[in-house]
Structure formats: structure tokens, C-alpha cells
Design a protein around this ligand. Structure first.
Ligand code: GLC
Ligand code: GLC
Length: 810
């Protein structure tokens, strides 16, 4: 069952009922001002950091209730309604929400009044614009009232959600004409404030939530709108400041009136904070608001946003006979890659924005799907991440985006982290050819006095693994590897203890076969970087270490029919026939195989057959089987989840592409695509009533076979699935993979996929790549570039050439 449809021409998902199974959200903003917005106008905004600079307030535990947002109320006689249905939930005569690329549009119709709201964050400014258009569709004149509503957050969202004894006394605002200024804490240590303004005269305002809502009301039935009909002109002193405008609107039959609302974030230089005693300096706000005074201003900004996105999305496009693949590749998957790059795992409807900041491993993986879009921002990000690394090559697991400092609560000891830095950097250089990044001086733990080159950072990443091996010469796992919940050294026994940070971070025994797979893949990529810098000795050394690891995996990481997952602190196998539960895991099988381990020995094929036999289900490939049914102290959080959920036998979408990529490595295009389809939103759209999360983006986890409701998705948007599925489909299935020497074309498609064309912008040139598949799944028979036959399947890069027409025959 569907709750809407894709409008590919407009790059939109059109939601046709407000009653989706869960809030279906969109993200606005690219550079600093960000908003989350749901299909019923719920959500919140922040500047740069969802924890430290939260602009509007949200109620947590908000799924599916979705409580609080930026609302417009329309009072038409006794009827009060919202264009996005919430929060009054007045039944609408017509409703539509169009989530587009960086914007959302809402249309609500009630009693012959049509409201159209367009909301987006312009690229150039730190604000969100809402254009509200009201049309009278009746033959009588209508006298209606329009009320806006946002509830301010007192900046630090964590503190805002709990320190009420203080917060109820700090709130402050100023109101000048149609602009409401939120200036809580400005009197002391802040030099920033927020504004909410409208480009017309207003007929009233409120800034005290309690005055607007009335005691024992909430925003479903604000007293001012539903009973009094007039704002009270309240000026907030403490309690909960809000911003409400009232505009009385007369609409003649057929007439449309339009209003532009601007929600902005402004900063002042420290010594220019005040206009006069206690009165904030409004210069930056005035400058900002002056830019968005007319519909034409808004429409021009909107056009610029659309052009910006159309340009970005033209960097990789495919034309194939499969609409769903085209739609995901050309629009939604890349869009989600941008969002994960911006947010890491900080702010969504499942990530509160007050928990983790940017993840070291997460952000590096996000780069893999983002780097082709804006390589300069990827470069900056890589340096930021590397700057939090420790001198021994290990890393803070997370850092705060505003301060860019490592988070010492969670600390380090996640032993896969260092290798992801190689993955991200290598992807950046393969994309751009910019090896200068390797020579940048980059600090450790933000301390410039101990800075080294970026290449030295990567060397320390690599050597961290070399120097931290266990009894089977496999990498020590530390607190956890990619699987945060496989906590083999923590032994967390009491409620409330962190599963990850309790106990010794680094046991000398527990080992990860998954990290071994990573080391083989990214160790080779590291060797290639050394070669690029002309350091053959280092490349040779690295390859020797990789070979040692490869051999160790075949010796002690192979279980007969699949790869072992890990060894625990007692050196017992995990993910082995010997185990009662958790006999086989996806991660080691996917990653070792995609790294090429056991391919020539025929073991990768065997491992992938076992994955299919034991882990496959209708909705994807489960993370492990059989599910753990009891808590194991020696395994940690993984066994804390009920069977079928999250890391305990859920379908963790992030690692499904690893298996799909591994299938392309051994040339099985049919199977690679079958796996791709199972979690692909364009395919799961059909079962939205089961899947529940947004049908245009991936979610982190889908409940596995052991769960109460198999197929039910959770935790949409912020997941490494976005980057990995984009790599999978664009680089491995469609097969256009950036190498240091240029683009390689090595498709691995299902036999009935048909011919297709990829257009790729790469290092200043446009590549038009036509692939004739001839029913083949893998293997390029011939390739011509601008009419010339070339050897092999890497398109030779010719300095200065701007167009490559490539014909590939499989
Ligand atoms: C979450 C984390 C990610 C981790 C994964 C598996 O998605 O953000 O870092 O790898 O869970 O535990
Ligand atoms: C990841 C996992 C989650 C775990 C968390 C701990 O998000 O998906 O299950 O609780 O990491 O850091």
C-alpha cells in the first residue's frame, strides 16, 4: 500500500494523505541553517549544531506523534485548520505534501480556502523561508485570520529539555513591528539571537506560549486562535517564549494573497552586541530580512536552490530501462548522501540531536557517497575528522560539529575507526586526483603543536591495526568494531552502564575478522596512496602486511562454509558452526568477500552462498542467525535486543550493500541486484504500510524474520546505508568506479537489465558512457573512447579533454 507517489520530473515525493504510518520528513538547508520538516509541518531548526544551537523546540519521543513544528493556523469563522493538517487535525477537503530536494510544499484546502506553503532554506543565508499563499476559491468574500507559530528553544537543546528550574526564568524577546526577536541568554555569554518576521503589517502578536495557548491547552487548540480569536500582545518574561503573528486577511472571490515568513539566525561581533542598553543590535537581522521582502525575492532564491541541486545531481546520472533505479540513482539516494554528510547521526526523528555529534566512522563512510558532489567540502571534512585522531592512530569515536573537538565521554577504542579514515581519504583522491591533501599538516586531538602530514595520519591508522593484533594474528576489536553492539571487552552487568564504555576498552584477546577484512581492502588503498607519493618501499611494506592479514583470515577466520565473525575475550569463536546462536554474521562475510579474500580460493563464493542460505529473508539480508535469545555478558549490547531487531538479527540495511558488492566481485549480477532491490526504497514503497518509514530514503534497520513484525523499518535517514548503497549501485552494479588513473567501467548487472547510459562528471570532464550488456552479468569485452579502441576498462585520463564518449560492450 502506498501513501503517495514519486513525481520524478519534479524530483519530488508527493504524499497524498497526512496519515502516513510515521512522520515522513525532509531536510532543509545545506550550509549552516538546517531544518527538519515532516509531512504535517512538524520539525525543528538549528544552526550548525543540533545540540548547542537549537533554534526551535521539539518534543522528544515524537514518533509518530510528531509534536511541535512551524505551524500556520487559519481561522475561517468557527473553523480552525492547518495547511499541513497538524496540529489541529481538522479534516481537510484537500491535502498534499511535496517533499522535494531541499524544500517542501504543502497544499491544504478547507471550506473553499486554499493554502499553499513553500518552505526552504536559501543557500545564501541563515534562515528558513515560508511563502504562504491563501486563495479564496468561493464566490463570497472571505474574512479569515492567519496565525503563525513557532516555539523557541533556549539554544542548548539538552539543557532546554531538562533544566526547567532555570529555563522558566531566562526567556527574553523583543518585538518591533512585524519582527519577533528571541534573545534568551544574549544578555550574558551569547552573541546570537533568532528572528521570526513576516513581510506585512500584523494585527497582533504573542511571544508567551502560555498566553497564546492558554493554561491546560496545547498547540492543538490554542486559546488565542480557537476561543479568543485575537492575539494578546504578550511579551515573554521567562517561561516559554514563542513567536506568533496574527494577520487578518480579506480575500475577494478568486483572490490570492501571499505572505513571506522568515525564520532567521543572526550573530553580532562581540563588541557590537547592543544597540542601546538591553536592546540588541538588530543590524544583521535587518540586513537579512531586507533580502526577503517580496514573492519575487523568495522565488528567485528558490530558483537558485533548484539550480544548485540540479547541477549537483547532474554529476552522476543514469538512463536505464528501470525507472526505480533511475529514480534512486539520479535523485533520492544522492540527496540522502548529502543529508547524511551534513547530519552524520545527529539530528533526525530518531536521533534527538542531543546525543551523538559526528561519528568518526560514520562521517568517513558518509564521504564515500558524497565526495563526488562537493569534493571541496569532503576535503575539509576529512581534515576535521583527522584532526581529532590520537597520535597512536586511534580515534575519538565522535566529535561535536560546532567545536570540532573529540567527545571524551565516549572516547576511543573502537578499533575499526582508524581504517575508515583511509577509506574516506582514498575516495577523495580517487575522485579528484588531489594528492596535496596528503601533504597537509593536520593536528592530533586538535593540538597543532604535534601536527604531521595527512599521509602520516593514514600511516598511523594503518599501523594501529598492525600493532594491535590478538592470539590469532587478527585485529583486536577493542570496545567494538563497525558493529557498535558487539562488545567483547565490556562485560556490562548493571542497568545504565554503557555497553561500549564500561570495562577495559582494549582486551588483549578479543579479535575481529571484520576489521581484518577492512584491513585487506583499505590496506591496499593505503599502499596505492603511498605509490602516488612515490614511496614504493611503504607501499611494499603495506602490501606485505595485507598479505599477512589475508593469510590469518584464511587460517583462523574461516569456518568451513563462511567467515567467522570474531573471537571473544576467551578466544571462543563468534559466528561459527560451533555456536549455539549467532552462528553466521553478515559483516565478515560481506566485507572479507568484497575485499577479495578467498575469491581465488573459491571461499568467497561459498561464504556468499551461505549468506543467501541462512541470512536472506523477504525484506533483506539479516545481520546474523540464529538470533540471540538470552543476554550474554561476554557479547554485550548485541544480545540486549529482542530477536529480530537492530544488531540482533535485524536487517541492518548498512551492510546489505557489502554483500551485494561482494556478489559483484565474484560476478553474480542477478544476485547482487536481488539484494539491492530488497531494501531499496523505490521498491519497498509498495509495502509502505509494513515498512512504515519514508519510501524515498533508506532507514537504518528493518525488522528481521524473528521479529514481531518482520519488514517494519525504523530509524530513517541518518544511516551509512545511503553512502554504501550509492557506491554499490553507481560504482559496482552500474560499474563506474573512480580509480587513481581515471574512471573504470566494470558493470555487474542482472542478465535482463538491458543497455544503459551513465553520464558522469569527473575531474573537469563529462563522460557519456553507453553500455551494451548483451544479456551478460559481468565482463567488458570491448571499450572505445571517442571512437578509439582502448585496452582494458579504465578510461585513460587525458589532461584538458572535456568530453569522453565511451562505448562499452559486455
Ligand atoms: C549505527 C552507528 C554506526 C554503527 C552501526 C552498527 O548505525 O551509527 O556507527 O556502525 O550502528 O552498530
Ligand atoms: C548504534 C547502534 C545502536 C547502539 C549505539 C550505541 O547506533 O545501532 O544499537 O545502541 O550504536 O552507540
Amino acid at each position: 500500500m502506498k501513501f503517495g507517489y514519486f513525481d520524478d520530473a519534479n524530483k519530488e515525493y508527493v504524499i497524498t494523505t497526512p496519515k502516513t504510518p510515521l512522520p515522513w520528513i525532509n531536510y532543509l538547508g545545506n550550509n549552516g541553517f538546517f531544518s527538519l520538516i515532516s509531512n504535517t509541518c512538524g520539525g525543528y531548526s538549528f544552526y550548525k549544531d543540533a545540540k548547542l544551537l537549537r533554534i526551535t523546540r521539539y518534543r522528544y519521543n515524537g514518533v509518530p506523534a510528531d509534536f511541535n513544528g512551524k505551524y500556520f493556523y487559519i481561522k475561517d469563522g468557527d473553523t480552525v485548520w492547518n495547511p499541513g493538517w497538524q496540529p489541529t487535525k481538522t479534516q481537510l477537503d484537500e491535502y498534499e505534501c511535496r517533499h522535494g530536494i531541499g524544500y517542501s510544499k504543502f497544499k491544504g484546502v478547507k471550506n473553499d480556502v486554499e493554502a499553499n506553503v513553500l518552505t526552504f532554506v536559501p543557500n545564501e543565508d541563515t534562515c528558513e523561508l515560508s511563502q504562504v499563499k491563501l486563495t479564496n476559491r468561493s464566490s463570497q468574500t472571505k474574512q479569515i485570520k492567519l496565525f503563525s507559530y513557532v516555539e523557541w528553544c533556549l539554544w542548548n537543546a539538552d539543557d532546554d529539555s531538562r533544566n526547567f528550574q532555570r529555563n522558566f526564568s531566562t526567556g527574553e524577546v523583543e518585538v518591533i513591528d512585524s519582527t519577533i526577536y528571541h534573545k534568551t541568554e544574549y544578555r550574558e555569554r551569547r552573541n546570537h539571537y533568532a528572528v521570526y518576521s513576516v513581510n506585512s503589517k500584523i494585527d497582533g502578536f504573542d511571544t508567551s506560549r502560555d498566553a497564546f495557548l492558554g493554561a491546560y491547552h496545547d498547540n492543538r487548540d490554542p486559546e488565542v486562535v480557537c476561543e479568543k480569536g485575537e492575539c494578546t500582545g504578550s511579551v515573554a518574561h521567562g517561561w516559554s517564549p514563542v513567536a506568533v503573528h496574527q494577520i487578518n486577511v480579506t480575500l475577494n472571490p478568486g483572490e490570492t494573497k501571499s505572505f513571506v515568513f522568515v525564520l532567521g539566525y543572526c550573530e553580532n561581533p562581540q563588541d557590537e552586541k547592543w544597540e542601546s542598553k538591553g536592546i540588541i543590535n538588530k543590524a544583521p537581522a535587518k540586513k537579512l530580512l531586507a533580502k526577503y521582502q517580496t514573492d519575487a525575492d523568495v522565488e528567485a532564491a528558490f530558483d537558485r536552490l533548484c539550480t544548485y541541486w540540479n547541477d549537483l545531481l547532474s554529476i552522476y546520472t543514469v538512463k536505464s530501462a528501470n525507472d526505480k533505479v533511475n529514480r534512486m540513482v539520479n535523485i533520492w539516494n544522492q540527496y540522502q548522501c548529502m543529508v547524511t554528510f551534513n547530519m552524520s547521526r545527529s539530528a533526525s526523528y530518531y536521533e534527538s540531536g542531543i546525543g551523538r555529534g559526528m561519528g568518526f566512522r560514520d562521517s568517513n563512510q558518509d564521504l564515500l557517497g558524497f565526495v563526488h558532489l562537493i569534493p571541496e567540502r569532503a576535503r575539509e571534512r576529512i581534515i576535521d575528522i583527522a584532526s581529532t585522531q590520537f597520535q597512536d592512530g586511534s580515534a575519538y569515536h565522535q566529535y561535536q560539529p560546532l567545536t570540532k573537538k573529540g567527545n571524551s565521554d565516549i572516547g576511543s577504542g573502537f578499533n575499526d575507526d582508524p581504517l575508515w579514515l583511509i577509506a574516506g581519504t582514498s575516495a577523495y583522491i580517487r575522485e579528484t586526483g588531489d594528492t596535496s591533501i596528503l601533504k597537509e599538516m593536520v593536528p592530533y586531538d586538535n593540538d597543532m603543536s604535534v601536527a604531521t602530514t595527512m599521509m602520516e595520519h593514514l600511516k598511523r591508522s594503518f599501523d594501529y591495526i598492525v600493532n594491535h593484533k590478538g592470539p590469532h594474528n587478527l585485529p583486536l576489536i577493542g570496545r567494538a568494531d563497525w558493529n557498535d553492539c558487539l562488545n567483547l571487552n565490556c562485560f556490562s552487568e548493571h542497568p545504565g552502564e554503557s555497553f561500549q564504555c564500561f570495562g577495559p576498552s582494549e582486551g588483549p584477546v578479543a579479535e575481529s575478522v571484520f576489521i581484518a577484512g577492512m584491513f585487506v581492502k583499505y590496506g591496499e588503498e593505503y599502499a596505492q596512496l603511498a605509490e602516488l607519493l612515490g614511496d614504493q618501499a611503504e607501499a611494499d611494506r603495506a602490501r606485505k602486511e595485507v598479505q599477512i592479514m589475508y593469510d590469518a583470515v584464511l587460517k583462523d577466520g574461516w569456518d568451513g562454509d563462511w567467515f567467522v565473525r570474531a573471537y571473544d575475550a576467551y578466544s571462543h569463536k563468534i559466528g561459527s558452526k560451533e555456536c549455539e546462536e549467532g552462528k553466521i554474521f553478515i559483516e565478515s562475510n560481506g566485507f572479507c568477500s568484497l575485499a577479495g579474500i578467498g575469491v581465488k580460493e573459491g571461499l568467497a563464493e561459498k561464504a556468499l552462498d551461505s549468506v543467501k542460505k541462512y541470512l536472506d529473508c523477504e525484506y533483506g539480508v539479516m545481520i546474523l542467525q540464529p538470533a540471540y535469545t538470552v543476554y550474554h555478558l561476554e557479547l554485550g549490547e548485541i544480545t540486549s535486543y529482542p530477536p529480530g531487531y537492530k544488531e540482533n538479527a535485524g536487517i541492518f540495511c548498512h551492510n546489505n550493500p557489502w554483500v551485494s558488492i561482494a556478489e559483484t566481485v565474484i560476478g553474480r549480477g542477478d544476485r547482487a541486484f536481488e539484494i539491492y532491490k530488497k531494501t531499496c526504497p523505490a521498491y519497498t514503497e509498495e509495502i509502505s504500510e509494513i515498512h512504515k518509514t519514508e519510501p524515498y530514503v533508506y532507514c537504518q534497520m528493518v525488522a528481521g524474520n524473528d521479529a514481531y513484525l518482520p519488514g517494519e523499518g525504523k530509524n530513517s535517514w541518518l544511516t551509512g546505508t545511503a553512502a554504501w548503497t550509492f557506491c554499490n549501485i553507481s560504482q559496482y552494479i552500474l560499474g563506474v568506479y573512480p580509480t587513481h588513473k581515471g574512471l573504470q567501467v566494470d558493470p555487474c548487472v542482472p542478465s535482463d537489465f538491458g543497455d544503459y547510459t551513465v553520464t558522469r562528471k569527473y575531474r573537469g570532464a563529462t563522460y557519456n558512457i553507453n553500455v551494451k550488456t548483451n544479456g551478460s552479468q559481468k565482463g567488458v569485452k570491448s571499450m572505445t573512447v571517442n571512437g578509439q579502441a582502448v585496452e582494458g576498462n579504465v578510461i585513460p585520463f587525458v589532461e584538458g579533454q572535456t568530453e569522453y564518449n565511451v562505448e562499452v560492450v559486455m
